[in-house]
Structures are given as C-alpha cells and as structure tokens.
Design a protein around this ligand. Structure first.
Ligand code: SF4
Ligand code: SF4
Length: 82
C-alpha cells in the first residue's frame, strides 16, 4: 500500500482518481486506507494518485510493503466484497 506524507497540500485531486476508494480526508490531510490500496494493481499500470499528485508526497507505506502477488490477491478480495 502507498501512504500520503505530511507534505500533502490537500489539493483534492487524488481522492476521485482512486479506483478502490482508499483515499479519504483525515483530520489534517488526505490519508490512504492500507486495507483498500492495491497500488492500483488490477486497475491500472501505474498508481493513479501518484500520477496526479502535484507535490509527489505518496510513497510506499513502510508498514505495508507488499508483493505484486499480495496486491493482486487484495484486488480480488476487494472485487468479491464489492
Ligand atoms: Fe488508490 Fe491506487 Fe493510490 Fe492506492 S495507489 S491509494 S489504489 S489510487
Ligand atoms: Fe495531497 Fe497529493 Fe492528494 Fe493533493 S494529490 S490531496 S497533495 S496527496
């Protein structure tokens, strides 16, 4: 999963781009739910939030480093959950 750092300027552009609805506005800045972020695996070749973020503040979450296989399985689980 990816994460949003405190460099986020709350520009709002990433939230609607997420195919998994993993991005939400937290108490201060936008945040990513690691349970829902597949790094866009299953939807796009590149993480869509990273593509649109004007300040490049969306790195891999060091607490949630996942393989392509793990991300793919998460994608499939999310599809089933609807
Ligand atoms: Fe959503 Fe993709 Fe960004 Fe993860 S990488 S938060 S799934 S847009
Ligand atoms: Fe924050 Fe980047 Fe999302 Fe804008 S696109 S709200 S700066 S994380």
């Amino acid at each position: 999963a990816l994460m949003i750092t405190d460099e986020c300027i709350n520009c709002d552009v990433c939230e609607p781009e997420c195919p998994n609805e993993a991005i939400y506005l937290g108490p201060e800045i936008y945040e990513i739910d690691p349970a829902k972020c597949t790094e866009c695996v299953g939807h796009f070749d590149e993480p869509q939030c990273v593509q649109v973020c004007p300040v490049a503040c969306i790195p891999v979450n060091p607490q949630h480093v996942e393989s392509q296989e793990t991300l793919w399985q998460k994608f499939q689980r999310l599809q089933k959950a609807g």
